[in-house]
Design a protein around this ligand. Structure first.
Ligand SMILES: Cc1ncc(COP(=O)(O)O)c(C=O)c1O
Length: 453
């Protein structure tokens, strides 16, 4: 039986009315990818206030790898509700926080002693990773990447690359941030080709230390193992090992921002495992909380202990409800092989998408790692000119036909897949059928427009 159910044309009357109220009472800066107003959600399905059912390929932007209202998560939250809600871990602590730290220390790559602390959001975690790296190295500089996204607070905006809509108008940002090109092979900054490039972009870090900022002034390099908002770009598998070798040669730390890549998304618990690397600090968030806000900073024990007592923290940081939810998420990963499921979903998508790519030239690249898959849409494959307009048409078509998708990329021309990993095979195919229809319609429209010109 079909999962998608559209009882009204979308948006339905109730969603429309909420949208009108929102326009009056909520700032426009808080954008919305769809006009959906949610009534309930379960697994990979969202039902709106008008009774329309959508398959969710966004998962709250990658926060629901274990699905909406995962039963373990809901039960753990219920149990915690009956015991206590908030005490502030810096005042009266609770065992679940400590145990969660122990579990992340054990789960994250690296056999060395580690420590973990928790905060509320990905951006807050990145902020703390920077504080800790600076306190440990006693150096100020942070090197970030083109097309990176690390959050919306002032320091993380300094690290984030995309100007509109994230950075424009919000200057000045904190200083001592330097930017280098990422291994975005489809749009290589040096017009080289892998593997004959011999990872020029990674080796170029040596040059950065000579021509841009001396290593004596750099605390850390921060990178997403696969770009999230930047368009699901997965560098070659030997890229990060080369980059980290250069970092360590110069006493510079490597911070992996696994906020979007973590917890099964790339077919491993952490994308760092796919790359065979052991970052000095790993930042996690999103799916760690199974729908509740929590973020972790895990790192080598001696690095994490650099800030003195009172130097780290936050009132709600690692609150008991979120810790309980996070334990349930990790329990679920112990019981179910969600990593294999992620790889299966990714392979299935790639198989279908490669056929689409042969059929429709607007698909410039099909790429991804595990279930972190994307399509890069272009005006013409020869010029690789980004096609944000076509991307909008595709996401709109998907929404109108019962699939929630979101775009990404500096040029807004990437369709990314962030479906819950618990999606059923039938739901996945139903949603991919819709995506296929969207690409077909957009391609045909494009062909007509080209012929008319
Ligand atoms: C890689 C990455 N880092 C950091 C963040 C910021 O996380 P949050 O929105 O929870 O602050 C995001 C959010 O999308 C992200 O994808």
């Amino acid at each position: 039986m079909a999962t998608i159910q559209l009882r009204t044309s979308v948006p339905g009357p109730k969603s429309k009315a909420f949208g009108e109220r929102r326009a009056v009472s909520v700032p426009r800066g808080l954008s919305h990818a769809t006009p959906v107003y949610v009534a309930r959600a379960e697994g990979a399905v969202v039902e709106d206030v008008d009774g329309n059912r959508f398959i969710d390929f966004a998962g709250g932007i990658g926060c629901l790898n274990m699905g909406h209202r995962s039963p373990g998560v809901v039960n753990a939250i219920r149990e915690q509700l009956d015991r206590f809600l908030h005490t502030c871990v810096q005042v009266t602590a609770y065992e679940s926080y400590v145990r969660l730290a122990e579990r992340l220390n054990a789960l994250t790559p690296g056999k060395f002693p580690k420590k973990t602390m928790f905060v509320n959001s990905g951006a807050e975690a990145v902020e703390n990773a920077v504080k800790i790296a600076r306190a440990y190295t006693k150096k100020p500089g942070i090197i970030a990447f083109e097309d990176a996204f690390h959050g919306r607070t002032m320091m993380t905006l300094a690290l984030t690359s995309k100007t509109h809509p994230y950075k424009a108008g919000f200057h000045p940002f904190p200083s001592e941030v330097y930017r280098i090109p990422y291994a975005y092979c489809y749009r290589c900054s040096y017009s080289l080709k892998y593997p004959s490039c011999d990872l020029f972009c990674a080796r170029h870090l040596e040059d950065t230390f000579k021509r841009v900022v001396a290593q004596e002034g750099v605390a850390a390099v921060i990178a997403e193992p696969v770009l999230g908002e930047g368009g699901f770009v997965a560098p070659p598998l030997d890229y990060f090992r080369t980059l980290i070798e250069i970092c360590h040669k110069h006493n510079v730390l490597f911070i992996a921002d696994e906020v979007q890549t973590g917890f099964g998304r790339t077919g491993a618990m952490f994308a760092s495992e796919r790359y065979g690397i052991e970052p000095d600090i790993i930042v996690t968030a999103k799916s760690l909380g199974g729908g509740l806000p929590i973020a972790g900073i895990t790192g080598r024990a001696e690095i994490m202990d650099a800030p003195g007592p009172g130097g780290l923290g936050g009132t709600f940081a690692g609150n008991p409800l979120s810790c309980a939810a996070a334990h349930a998420v990790l329990d679920m990963f112990e019981k179910e092989d969600l990593n294999s499921k992620a790889n299966e979903l990714g392979e299935h998508f790639q198989k279908r998408a490669r056929v689409w790519q042969k059929r429709w030239p607007i698909i410039g690249e099909v790429r991804g790692l595990g279930a972190m898959q994307a399509l890069e849409l272009v005006q013409y494959p020869e010029t690789r000119e980004p096609a944000p307009d076509i991307t909008k048409e595709v996401t709109q078509y998907c929404y109108e036909h019962g699939v929630i998708t979101i775009s990404a990329g500096t040029y807004g021309n990437i369709i990314r897949l962030l479906m819950p990993l618990v999606i059923t095979a039938d739901q996945m195919d139903e949603a991919l059928d819709v995506l296929e229809g969207a690409l077909k319609t957009a391609s045909e429209k494009r062909e007509v427009a080209t012929q008319t010109v």
